[in-house]
Design a protein around this ligand. Structure first.
Ligand SMILES: Cc1cc2nc3c(=O)[nH]c(=O)nc-3n(C[C@H](O)[C@H](O)[C@H](O)COP(=O)(O)OP(=O)(O)OC[C@H]3O[C@@H](n4cnc5c(N)ncnc54)[C@H](O)[C@@H]3O)c2cc1C
Length: 803
């Protein structure tokens, strides 16, 4: 084994091998993979090898498409067969809701270029003859599905990488990792040390243990997973290969395995494996079979696939593989650990391994993943994702693998975990809570405890009239909203202004003022939207998306401030309440000595002031489109502030509102939000944020690319639509049609109660941004007429929030 390498990849499962191959493809040849056993000896060797393009996140779906399309190229380069079978796939719906879900999946697939086809139960039985069609209402066909040989794929990646210059060392365990002062690593192994510039943790079943070598507790857990293979079925003899299949109601997947059928199941009562520590001697091993545990699923399966009930079982496989709490991979550089990268938690290695390898290698070589990988970025988890939290969420996710997640559905595992001081107050007002990064926040308020549950549905729910009332209060009187679930940073010290001006695209505001600003990467794409609140010459309070706080911290490490400037994350130190509505000024004015008149405290003012006895940071800002104030206090004051505002607000007609109403109100104003309208695939001019980019202020990250986008105009435009929909609204990712062709996608949608219209925001080609009509938005399989609006549907000139 060599003693120096540019990169050491730890782990020779399908993921590590893919990373190795993609690094050589991207031009880094001095790369070494170290594997403790044989390649595939972790979770890879016993995988069923199935692959699918569909994923709830379209950006992850794109990477799955990439992976599946890669196998032929890989075979050609390596000369190693991947055992590729592409019979196509069928997804069976046993209920109307599931069929609606398939319609939506088909619609989402359209702008990804997928050729999906909805068929009846009769047609399903014709193309997939082993079902009893009476259990199904319809199905979706996907021609790009199949299965591969896990051994073949892993070795094909490794061989192709070796052809590209990489080295693979087997039977050598990495026992420790030691960081050097320059950011490089000493990789300690059983066979000596390797000095590496970069280390990639692709340790699969042991990724957690490899993480611990550097003090990192990765949120991953292995679950036991079983499939069985039947004896040959007479019905399959001489026939073309069966489609791969997902039976959602049975929570079963199948594919043909020689003359029989491989049937796997994600049972409801899934069992974790080695929840605390993965044993190092588990090599090419399996777990004892436990058919009892999957008996309920098998019972349903045998009704749905009667031919399987007749066939004997040839083999049962019970093996572990790892999941992150949301089921998506953990990929990317780790904050605080220079040159340390992860590619783990990959639960669908044969659909996702290629995309993971591609994006990680680009990130390492180019400094940017080259795609929108937010959905699998390791930075989406923070300290709150502890081992026990991960255990609860992974078990929940596993048990729901084939269940529908409705757009208004909140999951219950690991809750409540994080609460703010006003939680019980809101609960007493019949708040229906949602979970955001483990933090409880009110979604809407029911009139009574008995009504404080939301029906989960693709259509408008029982919350609809209550959200309407909350929106009305904001538009007519005053609403009170808890806003603690934002990320916050405090930047202080000499050089604060210069550093912020370099990392943010807008100018830093004057003392006492607020500026909204995008944050761009070097490619000029949106990687954040911030509110900069300047408290003093050398003190700026930043408000941003809480879920992205770790992502921002990592970025701030990369573009580190000069000595003397401190960037302090303080999200949970400052909790907040917001007032919004025409009476919010008179309400707040009654509680403070500060002059809040429009002249003295105009729109985008920010000041430290006392509200009653409470020291607060108050900003005059609005995400609802109405006159509004955000009031930030350290957490010990939040309850007193709440009581004060609610008490004083009674005579002003104050009403509590939750996140659902806020979403509606901001969509009425065409205000975008991170992870929906603002993502790293869009530029600021495309997203309508051009007015917040100051190209004149001097250099800043992404300036050259932003300038080019401004001059060329960008490829897409974020636009607003009113939609001809009366029972269900867009929720995101629906296709936008124009003149019979899919031209774009929805990013957010809701019913606009103030304007009595169904609304959507979405991206369309810039060339169509001048068109008003000819658009349709596909909601639950039905194309609804949509009119592009040239301005926000509510208060287009913004006079209400400036009043
Ligand atoms: C029963 C079953 C069925 C499955 N079916 C499918 C399917 O149909 N489709 C699909 O896409 N996925 C399927 N999977 C999941 C699939 O197996 C995983 O997604 C995939 O194996 C993950 O690969 P990996 O490289 O991340 O992990 P692993 O395969 O676990 O690889 C990690 C490697 O790292 C090595 N390693 C770890 N630590 C060290 C160290 N310190 N030093 C040196 N080497 C180290 C290990 O020895 C191991 O070889 C299935 C899994 C199971 C259990």
């Amino acid at each position: 084994m060599k003693s120096d390498a540019r990169v050491v990849v730890i782990g020779g499962g399908v993921v590590g091998a893919s990373v190795l191959y993609h690094l050589t493809k991207a031009g880094w040849k001095d790369v070494l993979l170290i594997e403790r056993g044989e390649l595939t000896c972790g979770s890879t060797w016993h995988a069923a090898g199935g692959m699918h393009t569909l994923n709830g996140d379209p950006n992850v779906a794109r990477l799955q498409q990439y992976t599946i399309n890669l196998y032929k190229e890989l075979e050609k380069i390596s000369g190693q067969s991947c055992g590729l079978h592409m019979p196509g796939g069928i997804m069976l719906a046993g209920t109307r809701e599931r069929f609606d879900w398939l319609k939506m999946a088909k619609a989402r697939g359209r702008y990804l270029g997928m050729e999906l086809e909805l068929i009846s139960a009769d047609e399903a039985a014709r193309v997939f003859p082993i079902i009893d069609k009476k259990h199904f209402v319809g199905a979706l066909l996907d021609p790009i599905e199949g299965h591969v040989d896990p051994y073949g794929v892993t070795h094909a990646y490794a061989k192709a990488a070796q052809i590209g210059g990489a080295q693979v060392v087997r039977h050598t365990r990495v026992t420790d990792l030691k960081a050097r002062g320059d950011g490089s690593w000493d990789v300690i192994t059983e066979a000596g040390n390797v000095h590496a510039e970069h280390v990639v943790n692709a340790g699969g079943l042991w990724a957690r243990e490899v993480g611990r070598m550097v003090g990192l507790e990765l949120p991953i857990l292995a679950m036991q997973h079983q499939y069985l293979i039947t004896e040959d079925l007479p019905a399959l003899k001489g026939q073309k290969e069966l489609l791969t299949c997902i039976d959602f109601e049975g929570e079963i997947y199948t594919r043909q395995e020689r003359g029989g059928v491989l049937l796997g199941t994600y049972e409801r009562a899934g069992v974790p494996w080695s929840p605390l520590q993965t044993p190092w001697d588990f090599t090419h091993s399996l777990l004892p079979e436990d058919l009892e545990r999957i008996a309920p699923s098998l019972e349903v399966g045998f009704q749905h696939f009667p031919a399987l009930a007749e066939a004997g079982i040839r083999k049962v496989v019970n093996g572990p593989f790892t999941f992150a709490p949301d089921g998506n991979p953990l990929v990317g550089p780790v904050r605080g650990l220079k040159n340390f990268w992860v590619a783990c938690g990959v639960m669908a290695g044969f659909s996702q391994g290629g995309g993971v390898g591609l994006t990680l290698s680009q990130w390492m070589v180019e400094g940017d993943p080259g795609a929108d990988v937010w959905g699998m970025d390791v930075a989406r988890y923070g300290d709150w994702a502890t081992l026990a939290y991960t255990n609860a969420k992974v078990r929940e996710n596993y048990s729901r693998r084939f269940r529908i997640r409705f757009p208004n559905e909140e999951l219950s595992a690991a809750r409540p975990l994080r609460i703010t001081p006003v939680y019980e107050r809101l609960q007493a007002e019949h708040a229906v809570f949602g979970d955001y990064c483990g933090l409880e926040h009110a979604l809407w308020f029911a009139p009574s405890a008995a009504e404080a549950t939301e029906d989960i549905t693709f259509h408008r729910s029982n919350a609809h009239p209550h959200i309407a009332a909350e929106c009305r209060a904001v538009r007519e009187t005053v609403g009170l909203l808890e806003i603690s679930n934002y990320g916050k940073f405090e930047v202080t010290g000499p050089g604060t202004k210069e550093w912020l001006s370099y990392v943010m695209a807008n100018r830093v505001p004057k003392v006492g003022r607020i500026a909204l600003t995008p944050m761009l990467n070097e490619r000029g794409k949106l990687i954040g939207d911030f509110t900069l609140c300047r408290l003093a010459a050398e003190r700026v309070f930043l408000i941003c998306t809480y879920a992205a706080q770790e992502y921002y911290r990592r970025w701030f490490e990369r573009h580190a401030p000069p000595p003397g400037v401190t960037v302090r994350p303080c999200a949970m130190e400052y909790v907040g309440l917001s007032l919004a509505g025409p009476r919010s000024r008179s309400l707040l004015q009654g509680l403070t000595r500060e002059d809040l008149s429009n002249a003295a405290f105009p729109f985008l003012s920010f000041r430290r002031l006392d509200v009653g006895m409470i020291p607060a940071l108050v900003g005059r800002i609005s995400f609802t489109g109405d006159l509004g104030y955000e009031i930030w206090v350290t957490s010990e004051y939040q309850r007193a502030l709440y009581d004060l505002l609610v008490g004083a607000g009674a005579e002003q007609g104050l009403k509590l509102l939750g996140g659902r109403a806020l979403n509606t109100l901001r969509i009425e104003k065409s205000f975008g939000t991170w992870a929906r309208e603002y993502r790293p695939i869009y530029g600021p001019y495309e997203a309508g944020l051009g007015r917040f980019v100051d190209l004149e202020k001097g250099d800043f990250v992404g300036r050259a690319a932003a300038l080019e986008e401004r001059d060329r105009g960008g490829a897409r435009r974020l636009v607003s639509f009113t939609v001809d929909a009366s029972d269900a609204d867009a929720s995101g990712d629906e296709p936008v049609w124009h003149d019979g062709k899919v031209v774009g996608w929805v990013t957010s949608g809701a019913y606009g109660h103030s304007v009595r219209q169904s609304l959507a925001l979405g991206y369309i080609p810039a060339a169509l941004a001048g068109e008003a009509s000819g658009f349709e938005i596909e909601i639950i399989g039905e194309r609804r007429k949509a009119l592009r609006q040239s301005a926000a549907v509510f208060d287009p000139d913004g006079s209400r929030m400036r009043a």
